[in-house]
Write a protein that binds this ligand. Sequence first.
Ligand code: ATP
Ligand code: MG
Length: 428
Amino acid sequence: MATPPLRRVTGMNDVLPEKIQVWQHIEATARRLLAAYGYEEFRAPVVEHTELFHRSIGEFTDIVEKEMYSFVDIGGDRLTLRPEATAGLVRAVITNGMLRGARHKVWCTGPMFRHEKNQEGRYRQFHQVDVEAFGFAGPDVDAELIALSARLWRELKVDRVRLEINSLGTPEARRAYRERLVAYFRAHESSLDADSRRRLEGNALRILDSKNPDMRALIDAAPLLTEHLDAESEAHFAALRAALDGLGVPYLVNPRLVRGLDYYTRTVFEWTTDALGAQNAICAGGRYDGLIEQLGGEATPAIGFAFGIERVVLLLERLGRTPAPAVPDVYVVIQGARAEREALALAERLRDALPGRRIVANLGGGNFKAQFRRADRSGAPLALILGDDELARGVAALKPLRQESGQTECMLTDLAAGIEAALTAARG
Ligand code: ATP
Ligand code: MG
């Protein structure tokens, strides 16, 4: 009986070497910027206790209601593949005793897991870069984090992005607002979809986050949270707007922006693009001043954001901003028995002498023509030809592969300098 073909898991993608360049470009740019702003990398597990996400993200959210990869392990623990990074990082600073009045600026990157409808820009394993500042009450840090994200788009040469901000106020202000909202939606209960009806009891704010187009008109006419902000949140939000104005970061105040997680307080923000169709959110975050205490740590204000790497990859591709593919600098073509014996050692010496250069030696033999074909396909601008005849004379040949200029010879004792010169010439 034939074995069934192997399949990959729906929504979980391989990133092939031919695509890795753009991923590494995004990751390296983020890593460099985060270091420049004083953020340190934090590596936390991909798996946490399921309860952590119920207690942080909230019961009446899309993520907890229907998207989590939860399982019982063979020891009987209820575990979940992290759907986002904030909860795990908060858990980590608490369990490592890192708070005690201390402040931390950290970031992490890695896969997140949500059982969503698989489509372009929406996957079941996706990757985020997640940034968190613990112990800062803001609004200065709010503005700086947003400026950091704005700089990221600038350095990635991404335009067609738009920043929306809002304030969700304090939990008390939200409670008062929630009551008004419940009254409003209850008056229109017959127009609610099933999700929204359930949320009316659990968390009416979540209804505002609905993606159901049939709910749009009703949501648009609902009372606004911004009209019910407490004075301190109002001042915080005004200071944030002034700081962004001062920094020259354009934004739009969107009083409907509530975000899909329960833990946010005061500042929330989201970057969207018009270049990706339906999956238009590339980066989002906000302040969560109550979460750390709620999870058993000492009361500590905090703010963070995350961007989705896959969507930024798509965006760079869409905008034609992907970096050129990496190619070797030199491909070493080997001819003859003595050359075969000496080629690997010679390539090693070249790697010592030319750190950072990509030197690819022909492996597995092959006649001259076949080796040149491989050299050509590698994309290298230069072939180094190592043959017994040349070795006997203490030289090697250098041949540009991307232009018509001819082959030259170079003393083996002078090979590193010869290669550098030939590369400069070959690249014009
Ligand atoms: P969306 O509104 O598109 O569902 P979200 O509000 O659920 O996004 P967040 O939880 O704020 O997203 O996560 C931050 C970022 O992670 C998003 O802006 C997006 O770029 C990315 N992201 C979220 N979910 C996915 C997914 N299923 N596949 C790919 N990227 C995702
Ligand atoms: Mg979502």
